[in-house]
Design a binder for this molecule. Sequence first.
Ligand SMILES: Nc1ncnc2c1ncn2[C@@H]1O[C@H](COP(=O)(O)OP(=O)(O)OP(=O)(O)O)[C@@H](O)[C@H]1O
Ligand SMILES: O=C(O)C1=C[C@@H](O)[C@@H](O)[C@H](O)C1
Ligand SMILES: [Mg+2]
Length: 198
Amino acid sequence: MNAQQAPAKQADRAALLDRLGNRSIVLVGLMGAGKTSIGRKVAAALGLPFVDSDHEIEDVSRMTIPELFEAYGEPEFRALEQRVIARILESGPKVLSTGGGAYMNEHTRAAIASQGVSVWLKADLDLLMERVAKKQHRPLLRDPDPRGVLRRLMDERYPVYALADMAVVTRDETKDVIAAEVIDAISRHMGLSGEVDE
Ligand SMILES: Nc1ncnc2c1ncn2[C@@H]1O[C@H](COP(=O)(O)OP(=O)(O)OP(=O)(O)O)[C@@H](O)[C@H]1O
Ligand SMILES: O=C(O)C1=C[C@@H](O)[C@@H](O)[C@H](O)C1
Ligand SMILES: [Mg+2]
């Protein structure tokens, strides 16, 4: 970036924030797609607060997600997730990374549609498997065949994630590159040219 470009980039960022108004940027997609990591970077680049709904659920319940699933079951977890996301969206513009199943809830989708701009982080099965293999904190993947579970979730969920305002494909690229692509996609969606500097 040269010195002459900088003010324009700042202006682009201001224009994007202006167009967003009170709406939040909401990342949706499967486990391992990068919602948490990319959301944090997008928030830092735009100077917006960052919230991850899984982390918020763990904070309010003072339990981990595997503990919540075990103690109360998935339906209770989903009900709590719906309430937590509704509250997050009502508390002003931010970048919100959702849990992988959150967008499957029709009330949550409606809240996101009215108070947010949604971005589906889309990844293929091999990349997802590679990314989720590193950690054991996802109760749905504590299964003898995690690849089969992810494949089934892709079949069930991809048609619903496709309802998001836009999709960004997360290939084997750095987090910074994907975060910049998310910002460009949102800028274009908002009728701006894209290319907000990070
Ligand atoms: N573009 C990327 N390049 C390299 N590693 C990445 C990239 N995006 C994410 N990762 C890594 O993949 C793993 C999963 O990412 P992350 O936790 O952000 O996904 P998630 O979509 O939030 O998953 P979940 O729905 O389970 O919370 C992490 O170890 C993260 O560091
Ligand atoms: O895809 C899902 O259904 C989930 C994804 C995680 O982010 C957590 O919200 C939880 O493990 C369930
Ligand atoms: Mg996450």
